[in-house]
Write a protein of this length. Structure first.
Length: 79
């Protein structure tokens, strides 16, 4: 399995964690934070989270990361 494939699997798993409606908000936040490790490659997942997530807090967090990534600002957080 190639590195790119592993990254895409990791991004999909983190996105799925963020979208679990009955999941703990803290875990869902951490999944969104972890997506920032993949920089621009995480944009489609973050954009899907914004469209589908049920929490205003999580939606705002994902939108902030999208904006910062697009502006070229380093958004890596300690996860």
């Amino acid at each position: 399995m190639g590195e790119q494939t592993r990254e895409m699997i990791a991004i999909d798993v983190l996105k799925d964690i963020a979208l679990v409606m009955d999941g703990m908000i803290f875990e869902r936040q951490r999944a969104i934070d972890a997506l920032t490790l993949f920089h621009r490659r995480s944009l489609p997942a973050l954009e899907e989270i914004v469209r589908k997530v049920d929490s205003k807090l999580l939606k705002e967090r994902a939108m902030l990361y999208i904006q910062r990534i697009k502006e070229g600002i380093d958004v890596n957080v300690s996860v």
